[in-house]
Design a binder for this molecule. Sequence first.
Ligand code: RAT
Ligand code: ZN
Length: 453
Amino acid sequence: MPKKQHERASGMRTASPNSTSQTSISSDGDLITEAQIPSAVEDVLTSTPFVDIHTHLYSPAFGKLGLWGIDELLTYHYLEAELFRSSDIKPHQYWALSKREQADLIWQALFVETTPISEATRGVVAALNAFHLPTDRLDLTEARSFFKAQSYESHIQRVLEMAGISLVVMTNDPLDPEEAPVWLNGVTNHRQFRAVLRLDRILCTWSAHWQLLASQGYKVDEQASGHSAAEVRCFLMDWHKRMQPVYMAVSLPDTFGYPQDTVGNRLLTEAVLPACRELNIPLSLMMGVRKQVNPALRLAGDAAGRADLRALENLCRDFPENRFLVSVLSRENQHELCVYARKFSNLMPFGCWWFMNNPSIVEEITRERIEMLGTSFIPQHSDARVLEQVIYKWNNTRRTMAGLLTGSYRLLVEDGRGVTRREIQRDVTRLFRSNAESWTGLREPAADPPTRT
Ligand code: RAT
Ligand code: ZN
């Protein structure tokens, strides 16, 4: 920092009646200069292992459900949506191809014939580059042979290390026909993966799924009448025993309303929220999805809509004993979410979800959150579906965060208070680890945060 400003910051401390070295928050000797702020922030961001609070990754115990490698990276649904804008292929023709053919097609259309400057395409480039693989080849031969040579378990360790994350939170649906049998056979715990009990099939499409519960012996009916809610609660408790989830989660349409007399709301208030209270875990609400506006695109066919956050206001107020982890899909909802977080301490905003996860929007949302909430929010999750995506997604987060935090500390210094490296470490740890740990079933915040070597 210009010397004058540093002196001004220190000078203001000296002028304050409480600012002797015994009573200051930090001794002046620990203060870093304004010029040192960017590198201190960058060092702390690099050396702090983050918790990835929402992904679609799986631990090795789930076998083929865990996606990784170049063909999966290229057939990510974010890229499939882009393919149909840059190629004449029709969705039904694309779905008829093998995974390898689909990946070749996407590589050709989005990386060879087009410069990969979109966020999702640049991500693939960054992932290849992280493994020192060529990023400008006409075909995928080298990339394919590299991934083929990896053993999955050691590859996971390496990738998580490269991404700077120590813990991955999965998304686990007990009614998913592929996933449920794995749980029922017993899943070996993995040190770096935790489960989340996902409720979309129960809360959003009950009429298509209630029979699955009935077939497992739970006394439920299509209208969720009588003892149905109590039975769903038993179902959740049984699955909690099996999965040990760190929270429960649902993605809600932009039309979600509460209070409203719907089957979903009855199950939410009479089964899910009581179970979360009893288990002392939060419920994650991901609000604003518009499912299947173009079904021909399958997973890539969902869109975003502005949600009515009064529903969230009502839930936070009516259920003060529940904790809500919330992400919203529309840019227009982001400011309201911050305002509600200031009103309700049982609300934790998290992540820049899906269509929000682009540097320009991440920067805007995160700056707004820092300005309105300080460090009392969880800035990001990766939402990774393919293992190696965590490398570029977390790299992007660190890059954007470095500028934002540097800017915040500079303003603080200009306004008259110096900052120490220890404080920067405390803030980064809170944002990217301990808010998640203390809010979910992960664990109590650690006194001394671990560091990356
Ligand atoms: O970002 C995504 O991959 C979406 O398809 C969704 O999975 C979303 O993140 C969700 O969890 O519903
Ligand atoms: Zn997701």
